[in-house]
Write a protein of this length. Structure first.
Length: 249
């Protein structure tokens, strides 16, 4: 089963305009992400999907494959969907364009999970919440899983909850789980997903992955040790640039 990773990249960003083209260590952010994703051994190709010619030119300048898409797509999954007819693969990954520390081994695990378990339509990842982080933050999505590490539910609320006085989770339990925004889809599942209307739970939580669960698609959840450091704010990027300033591998 061939696998291709697509990195959606928009120039517009409320908190960090022009984010994909910001420079750190002599490379644009999109090049850092692309180079990291290319290290995954399971991929046949890595494609950048963008609606901005400046990003496309930058990607082609460092030897990457950039494809232009319509500017009207509401989500990265929709942007990838436009490219599906061009992608020769049975597994298509959606990798966020602002996570330059994404682990290539995690990408390989997602692909292998779909290859091994034919009942899964999609696979994603989660990790324990970092110590001291705000579990109640609605911007940090939580996921609960069954005994086979399949998603039961995703929420912006704190899940699972327990009543006062109950023992709660064991110390050895990775609880709660922080959902990471990377997806590996079976091609036919992604095609169907883009034709389904937004579901009730998806509208309530504003989480598009709930559309899969509402339509009976099983989602595998791969557990990893920690979340990659995403670039959401100017301070995030300043810290990333400080790490890279002055050298380049």
């Amino acid at each position: 089963m061939r696998a291709v990773a697509v990195i959606p990249a928009r120039f517009a960003s409320t908190r960090l305009p022009g984010k994909p083209l910001l420079l750190a260590g002599g490379r644009t952010l999109i090049e850092h992400v692309w180079a990291r994703v290319r290290e995954a051994r399971s991929l046949e190709a890595v494609v950048v999907a963008t609606d901005d010619e400046r990003i496309a030119q930058a990607v082609r300048a460092f030897g990457g494959d950039a494809r232009m898409t319509l500017p009207s797509h509401p989500t990265g999954s929709d942007r990838i969907g436009e490219l599906l007819p061009q992608l020769d693969a049975e597994i298509v990954l959606n990798v966020q364009g602002d996570e330059p520390d994404i682990a290539p081994a995690l990408i390989d695990r997602l692909v292998q999970r779909l290859r091994d378990d034919q009942e899964l339509g999609c696979c994603t990842a989660a990790c324990p919440f970092p110590d001291g982080s705000a579990v109640a933050d609605p911007n940090r999505v939580k996921v609960v899983t069954d005994v086979r590490s399949r998603a039961l539910y995703f929420s912006r609320a704190e899940i699972p909850a327990h009543k006062p006085g109950d023992p709660g989770p064991l110390d050895s339990d990775p609880w709660p789980l922080l959902h990471l925004g990377i997806y590996a889809y079976r091609r036919e599942v992604l095609q169907a997903f883009l034709t389904w209307p937004r579901g009730r739970l998806e509208r309530i939580e504003s989480l598009e992955q709930l559309r899969l669960l509402e339509n009976g698609i099983s989602i595998g959840v791969e557990l990893c040790g920690e979340a990659p450091h995403g670039i959401d704010t100017p301070s995030d990027f300043a810290a990333f640039r400080a790490k890279w300033e002055g050298f380049r591998p």
